[in-house]
Design a protein around this ligand. Structure first.
Ligand SMILES: [Zn+2]
Ligand SMILES: [Zn+2]
Length: 688
């Protein structure tokens, strides 16, 4: 008897019955056998006389030591396998962490220890009187290193549930006992749970589904990072456990780079900078909803001006709609059924009403207000639309995760024939906007989710249309199955910021369902009634989140056109006050956001403070400037768009003397005005 498996290159491999992932790797070559960490089942053959299709639940990464099902399509996981390999290894590292902690702290209780996005953690209950801090990390890491060096194999056993339970009862591992009891009660009554899997490495045994690498030697460069309290099962009525976070990479260099990025991100945290620069704040009086200060509103208004002009240029017409609606509207739109948990409801004169979580049903009302002809299409409505979405307080995060969201929203109503070109135009619009901020863009196509409205046929059409638009432009994209909106598939626009983090900003969503639900129509050239198609799109995402991202991207040194104060006039002495006031007034008159610092402080101190506020231009006014009618210009120490000049400034060279006219020209030259109507480049280099 033998089995056949398919490899990523399409070749098939014949192996003895019962062959494992390790056998498959060895059959391919000795190098791969050494490098193999696990095996991934990526699919199964079509069932026929010889092969049985691999069950869906068997897909995924599994131990090298487990037998392979006949007909499986497999890929050997090595260090080079990207995220799958990192996750596997970080889970290994979590077990090694628990191994070390149990050695160092007898009596500690273990709970769970998964890999997470950028590392891993393990939750412990330390014995009474023992508390852990970062000061203990060195000793724990030292023990971890010993276990990694000894390359202890991860050995899996599948044992009867009762036996596993007894073992953990004897060991006093209450959390493991509870986990087993939960697994038993969650199991289907038709197929009760018979066995559970345990993994042992060296002295440590854990209840664990796996998979794991062959041994602890897989764990590369690692570091323990922090300690936090975490309720058992996230339930605030249960015990508060101690969570130790760590991260691990296959190489020292990758770990180093990651730690450096974290440090940079910390220095750029928009919540910290927002406070220091006085841009916005949050209050417990309205959780998840920012209060914008006058300085913050300068940024907001600059973006709004850009948004409005760019939309107008592309044939969008601005609308404004209410935020509170009769619940009946949300029933008709499907939000009641699919999105209610994210919405806020109230009662007004005994009518149940809900705050809009999306602007679409509102724009639909404007479309429906009149009879529509094919001659009017496409109709493009834009709105800086204020929506509210419930986010649990635990996940609120500065401007990046709020409940009060102002979307740069738009809805396009068009004919079926116009869909592709409208989608293409939306993408180009996005590219033009991101280019202004120097963001490289990455596209993802997300298809039908489990929770959805609309027939399969509509979904087929909508997904086909979006893919067609991407292909027609020759744009590269990643497929993200199951992540579409409940009413339609979408193309998401992701960008990468200056420290390499990826953010989803824009979205272009195609929708055949809402027009059905709201019975939207237009009269065609044939005089008959037709159904328009709806495109939902936002490019910045929301003004709140976009500003948060910009602050981090620029580390608070916003482009000149968004800087709350563009120039600060600094007096050297009391005698030049009148002239300084006239300079600051004139700048304001000429549209430059100027401020005057005429305090009785040393000029050195005034410059330092202006530097801390990251004000792009400092205009020093002394006796000579007052006499000659000039200003002495200093630029902010590290302005990124002006590296050369600022380099000279930072090294202490004398400030430059300019007349007011020259200075105003300099500001405009350096991009001091909202960049509307600037030609911009699509990623392929064509002008759009
Ligand atoms: Zn585990
Ligand atoms: Zn919408």
């Amino acid at each position: 008897m033998s089995i056949t498996v398919t490899l990523p290159d399409g070749n098939s491999l014949e192996l003895a019955d019962g062959a494992t992932g390790a056998d498959a790797a060895a059959a391919i070559g000795p190098g791969l056998a050494r490098a193999a960490l696990a095996v991934e089942l990526v699919g199964g053959g079509e069932p026929n006389a010889e092969t049985v299709a691999v069950a869906r639940h068997e897909l995924g990464v599994r131990d090298l030591a487990r037998p392979l099902p006949d007909g499986a399509a497999i890929a050997i996981v090595t260090k080079g396998s990207g995220q799958a390999a990192l996750e596997l290894m970080r889970h290994d590292a979590a077990h090694v962490l628990a191994t070390a902690v149990m050695e160092l702290y007898p009596g500690v209780k273990i709970s769970i220890g998964p890999a997470i996005e950028n590392g891993f953690y393990y939750d412990f209950e330390f014995p009474d009187g023992v508390s852990i801090s970062e000061a203990d990390f060195a000793a724990i890491e030292e023990h971890m290193r010993v276990h990694i060096k000894s390359a202890e194999p991860f050995e899996r056993v599948d044992i009867p549930v009762a036996q596993a339970r007894e073992r953990f009862v004897t060991e006093g591992q209450d959390y493991k006992v509870e986990l087993i009891d939960d697994l038993v009660s969650a199991a289907d009554s038709h197929t009760p749970l018979e066995t559970v899997s345990l993994y042992t490495n060296g002295p440590f045994t854990d209840l664990c589904r796996g998979p794991h690498a062959p041994s602890t030697a897989s764990v590369g460069a690692f570091k323990l990072q922090s300690v936090a309290g975490a309720y058992w099962r996230g339930d605030s009525t249960r015990t508060m456990l101690t969570r130790i976070y760590g991260t691990a990479f296959f190489s020292k260099q990758e770990l180093q780079e990651h730690l450096e990025r974290l440090e940079q991100a910390l220095a750029r945290d928009h919540r910290k900078l927002g406070r220091e620069l006085g841009l916005f704040f949050f209050s417990d009086l309205s959780p998840g909803s920012p209060f914008w200060t006058p300085a913050g509103m300068v940024i907001w208004n600059g973006l709004t001006e850009l948004w409005r002009a760019e939309n107008r240029k592309r044939g969008y017409r601005e609308v404004s709609t209410p935020i509170l609606y009769d619940a009946e509207l949300w029933k008709q739109s499907g939000h009641w059924e699919k999105y209610r948990d994210n919405m806020y409801f109230t009662e007004v004169e005994e009518r149940p009403m809900g705050l809009k979580p999306m602007n679409c049903p509102a724009h639909i009302q404007i479309y429906k207000e009149q009879r529509r002809s094919y001659r009017e299409l496409p109709i493009r409505y834009s709105e800086a639309g204020l929506v509210h979405r419930h986010e649990p307080s635990g996940v609120l995060h500065g401007l990046l995760r709020v409940r009060h969201i102002t979307q740069d929203d738009a809805h396009i109503f068009c004919t079926e024939e116009q869909v592709q070109s409208e989608v293409v135009e939306c993408l180009r619009f996005g590219f033009a906007i991101y280019e202004l901020f120097g963001f490289p863009v990455r596209l993802e196509l997300s298809t039908r989710p489990d929770q959805r409205i609309g027939s399969e046929e509509l979904w087929d059409r909508a997904e086909g249309a979006l893919e067609g638009a991407l292909r027609s432009e020759g744009l590269e994209f990643e497929l993200n199955p199951g992540d579409g909106a409940f009413y339609g598939p979408k193309i998401d626009l992701h960008m990468t910021d200056s420290i390499g983090r990826s953010w989803q900003l824009g979205t272009v969503q195609l929708d055949y369902s809402m027009p059905e639900r709201f019975d939207l129509k237009y009269t065609g050239a044939d005089n008959a009634e037709h159904r328009p198609v709806m495109i939902h799109r936002a490019l910045l995402g929301s003004f709140e989140r976009f500003i948060g991202i910009l602050i981090e991207h620029y580390a608070g040194e916003l482009p000149l056109w968004l800087a709350p104060v563009q120039a600060i006039v600094l007096t050297v002495s009391e005698r030049v006050r009148a002239y300084a006031e006239s300079v600051s007034d004139e700048l304001l008159q000429r549209g430059i956001r100027a401020e005057l610092d005429e305090r009785d402080e040393s000029i050195g101190r005034k410059v330092r403070e202006a530097e801390l506020r990251k004000i792009p231009f400092m205009l020093v006014i002394g006796g000579r400037e007052a006499e000659q009618g000039t200003v002495a210009v200093r630029e902010h120490g590290s302005r990124r768009d002006d590296q050369e000049r600022s380099g000279a400034q930072a090294s202490g060279e004398a400030a430059e003397a300019l007349t007011i006219d020259q200075f105003v020209a300099r500001v405009l030259d350096a991009g001091g005005a909202v960049p509307v109507g600037r030609p911009s480049q699509a990623p392929d280099g064509h002008e759009v």
